[in-house]
Write a protein that binds this ligand. Structure first.
Ligand SMILES: Cc1ncc(COP(=O)(O)O)c(C=O)c1O
Length: 412
């Protein structure tokens, strides 16, 4: 038998022709949209689609309140407004995320404090969360990276001990589970994105859920300019809010999408779990570790090139691509605070350093390479492949074969 050769060295690629991408929307969305157009009403207060979507999403999560909005960033901003921090108060979050997790914190004049992630799960390390708590900490934002649930038991324990609110950023994790509970239902507030790449989508959109009446009321007001629509007489505003209202066109698509959510998740999970099964015992690379009792939903499939591998993550990614398995390296590349100059230099509003220089803020906070060195190393060693409901089992088998081939032969 001829010796097996990597495609990068002139061998035959494991897979050719790319992988299917598919269309997440179809006739169900068109039907819902048609009803909105025929009705002539696109505004949520007098329509049924935004309300219907919020109700069905809330029901799936057993949530009392669901506040729809225009993006995941907006959903998280609503959550921060629910927390209602004073200038200089602190909110702890992980640094492997989209800037949308950070935006609401700073716009509400709070200070983002970044903790390290665990090298195996890529999720926030509860021990480091606790180390980062000060008398200014008001909340923890738990980010379920790539659809992998954070270790919520210790996070909730820490929050209880220090009297903190927990926000779950489920933008990448619709219907992921931790010990039988859906993400977004364990903390005080759960936030979801409906952006194009997400498990269910309206192109852009968001939703925030909670079981707390005070938080729910505050969030609802914040997303609708703070306006008490049921008040008579002069207009009444009690929260300084913003207009993040979802319209009926978006609501129509969201309603059709939420009805597909369970099926989409079942398929994605089956594909991702199969890949993990096939990759068991692969040398030198380790799939993102899923904690016991957890269910992933694979917004991305994360791999870690181990420290003692005889190849670099860059060489691994290059060889994998040559095998016909598209992949990304390092996700966002750097901890999020190093990706954004305004944040890194703490210059958000004009030339000022507000809120970082507010008297209530700690005076010594900087964001630099020494802030989260473990997280930087995690990013440096991370390779991702894309999983979706449109892949067949054979596609997954090819992905696994490509990853195993490269891991076995590269650096030999
Ligand atoms: C973890 C995380 N948080 C927040 C966001 C922001 O969501 P959106 O793009 O819908 O504003 C995203 C989206 O990429 C995300 O992945």
């Amino acid at each position: 038998m001829a010796e097996e050769k990597l495609a990068i060295d002139g061998g035959t690629p494991v897979h050719t022709g790319g992988f299917p991408s598919g269309n997440k929307v179809g006739k169900e969305e068109l039907e819902q949209l048609g009803e909105v157009i025929e009705s002539g009403n696109m505004f949520y207060t007098s329509g049924t689609k935004v309300k219907g979507f919020a109700e069905e999403f809330a029901e799936i999560h057993g949530a009392k309140h669901a506040i729809t909005s225009t993006s995941g960033t907006a959903a998280l901003h609503v959550a921060i407004a629910m927390v209602n921090p004073s200038p200089g108060d602190e909110i702890i979050l992980g640094p492997i995320t989209d800037i949308g997790s950070v935006i609401g914190i700073v716009f509400q004049t709070a200070i983002p404090i970044f903790c390290e992630v665990r090298p195996d799960t890529f999720n926030m390390d509860p021990e480091d969360i606790e180390r980062k708590i000060t008398d200014k900490t008001k909340a923890i934002m738990a980010i379920h990276l790539f659809g992998n649930p954070c270790d919520m038991d210790p996070i909730m324990e820490i929050a209880k001990k220090h009297n903190l609110i927990v926000i779950e950023d489920c933008s990448q994790a619709h219907m992921s589970e931790y010990k039988g509970k859906l993400v977004g239902t364990m903390g005080d507030i759960g936030c979801f994105s409906l952006q194009q790449s997400k498990h269910i989508t309206t192109g852009d959109g968001g939703i925030t859920i909670t079981n707390d009446d005070d938080l729910g009321t505050r969030g609802k007001l914040f997303a609708d300019k703070g306006w008490h629509r049921d008040a008579y007489g002069p207009r009444k505003y009690t929260v300084f809010g913003i207009n993040y209202r979802m319209n009926e066109l978006t609501g129509a698509v969201a309603l059709a999408q939420v009805r597909k959510m369970k099926d989409v998740i079942t398929l994605r999970r089956a594909r991702g779990d199969l890949l993990s099964e096939l990759l068991a015992d692969t040398p030198h690379v380790q799939p993102q570790v899923l904690l016991d009792g957890c269910k992933h939903t694979y917004w991305q499939y994360g791999l870690r090139v181990l420290d003692d591998a005889p190849f670099t993550p860059t060489d691994f990614a290059r060889a994998l691509k040559a095998e016909g398995i598209g992949c990304g390296q390092g996700y966002i590349g750097k901890p999020i605070f190093l990706c954004h100059d305004a944040l890194r230099t703490q210059t958000i509003f004009g030339k000022s350093n507000f809120p970082f220089d507010h008297p209530n803020a700690r005076p010594d906070l900087t964001y630099d390479e020494s802030t989260c060195p473990i997280t930087q190393k995690v990013l440096d060693h991370m390779v991702t492949v894309s999983i979706s409901q449109f892949l067949s089992e054979d596609d997954i088998r090819d992905m696994a074969a490509g990853i195993k081939k490269v891991a076995r032969l590269l650096g030999k």
